[in-house]
Design a binder for this molecule. Sequence first.
Ligand code: MOS
Length: 728
Amino acid sequence: MIGRPLDRRDARAKVTGAAKYSYEVVVPHAVYGVIVASSGIAHGRIAAIDTGRALRAPGAIAVLTHHNAPRVNSAAEHADKKLRLLQDDQVLYDRQPIAVVVADTFERATRAAALVRVRYDRAPALLNLHDDGAQQYAPAHANREPTDSRRGDPESAYAAAPVKIDNLYRVADEFHNPMEPHATIAVWDGPRLTLYDAAQGVFSRRSTVAAILGLAESDVRVVSKFVGGGFGSKGGTQAHVLLAAMAAKVVRRPVKIALTREQMFHGTGFRPRTEQRVQLGAKRDGTLVSLSHDVLTRTSTFDDFVEPSAIISRMLYAVPNAATTHRLVRNNVGTPTYQRAPGESSGSFALESAIDELAQATQIDPIELRLRNYAETDPQKGKPFSSKSLRACYAQGAERIDWSRRTPAPRSMRDGGLLIGLGMASATYPTNRSKASASVMVHGDGTALVQSGGIDIGTGAYTAFAQLAAEALGLPVEDVRFDLGDTQMPPAPVAGGSQLTASVGSAIVAVGAAMRAKLAALSLADAASPLHGLSYDAITIANGTLSGGGRSESVAALVQRNGGSVSEMADTTVMRPDEEPYSAHAFGAQFAEVAVDPDFGTVRLRRLVGAFAAGRIVNAKLARSQFLGGMVWGVGMALHEEGRYDDRFGRVMNASLADYLVPVNADIPPVDVVIVDERDDRVNPAGVKGIGEIGIVGMAAAIANAVYHATGVRVRDLPILPEKLIVG
Ligand code: MOS
């Protein structure tokens, strides 16, 4: 059952339109909210706002501004981020929400929104990392990890090292663009609020919304049955969710707010630009003696978010002397947020480019250099890994891309007039897990309904969880229905940090064991059962049948005779990180073959290979899609994605998918995903490591390293644009 490449169960519903995404849920009497955003100003205050014409527009019902919006508890301690919710006249970034117009149709709301007139008092804005007045500071933490780390004496080791690498690497501001933009429907029933919301976690959404609106959590229900991609932006709660609830309160009708594609570039979070200094000290044989990784990045002027790019440098290599730091500056931008593999994706570009530069400096093959510095145990935590198959990833990936044909010198491989390059990089992502719960009800026809309030953000969770549940229960997978996406179900964590399958999967294992024990006990005690009187240990349940002592009966028959249904519930807990006996990570190796036209600087990919070891793979087909999707996004990071700002107004200038480039099919060569066999019984009861994020990690470095190998030009600031390769 586990590993089988089953088609996703919701595929037909999705392609026929039967699957209702949040904005499509039919809610009677719903009206439409459109957000008005500040314009032409990145910092200042609203001097005057005139809503008269908007209110007189056809279909207009209400306009909320800071003058009349309901007051909220914006400082709520449990809010996962601070939001700009029409509570004052301050403008802290370009395209900040300053009003919400509600009308009877989306079009009329859009029209009325265009009629709101605003006058601003402008103030100087901070828009870049090194603007005068942009003070660097150490945040309290780096995405739940310590801000800085230190072991040994990296400065002395570096000073004494015969080989030194010291470079600055830059990654651009990047924006999430899931196919489904953010959308929310807010429905009040007296004091109770229901949200149909494009969310990565219904429970985390509920606690944030309840805290900010001053509601009891039991009075808030969040439903999210189908989500068209999240990637972090739908993890934290964004302003429109609260604004929909506030507007619905005011107009006493359900309010729907969907963000436009353009609005996806403003205030829904983004991956903030980083400047990363990496210093490597090594012996001539390539052995690392010191590693320093210092990250400068930015957040908004009103909340802290850290892109924790240096965390990967704490654990990837067995280097005795290492230090990492994260520093922030405040800019007049919306607060950044988690974006697929926050930290590891941007950080691996810097670290794995620097390792490639060391390979060049020492004349050692890049894979061999990594093997010479292979970390057998986690060098920062001092703990063994629960499992680590990175050697196998290097070997299997290298074989698949035929690494042995690579000639070491830059510009040494050609195809006609094109320069050919082969590059590689390591990948890793921590295996996270949070407590989760699951329930199961087995019916008299032998089918089961299993529930846990996780989310399927497009990964195939409905299908993977049904497979895990079928195995845990001993039922055929066709007889198991899995439901999720509702706070009325047993609690589950956010589908983020690549943790959902490990978390809910462990709860499924627990509830399956509890149900099998209950069914076995029922059969022993039931005089009508052929298994009556056997010993408990003699009974096994598989494929819908209880067997023991050469006798058997179906689960269906047993349940029919015993009340028609049997239910169970299980909760899992997790250890505090410092109590965990093992360091848990998925690992991988990324490879790229590029062809560069030396006259035009154009990079064409010829082949990508990613080899990943991530514990038990629940569904090989869905897993391949996750890895492949991450790798393709890594191509975007390497070659395309860059938020461009107008430094007069702080405006994202390329706020559309026409101007903000992402890879399209024509950019993507044949991609090989190699799933490296790995069994890990220590990591968690489900035996799975996360796979949602590791696919992007290392891809940008692999491509940059391949471009260097092809051209001899080392590009240290992403994306790798043609002009950066034209060096005369
Ligand atoms: Mo992921 S960036 O934790 O949704």
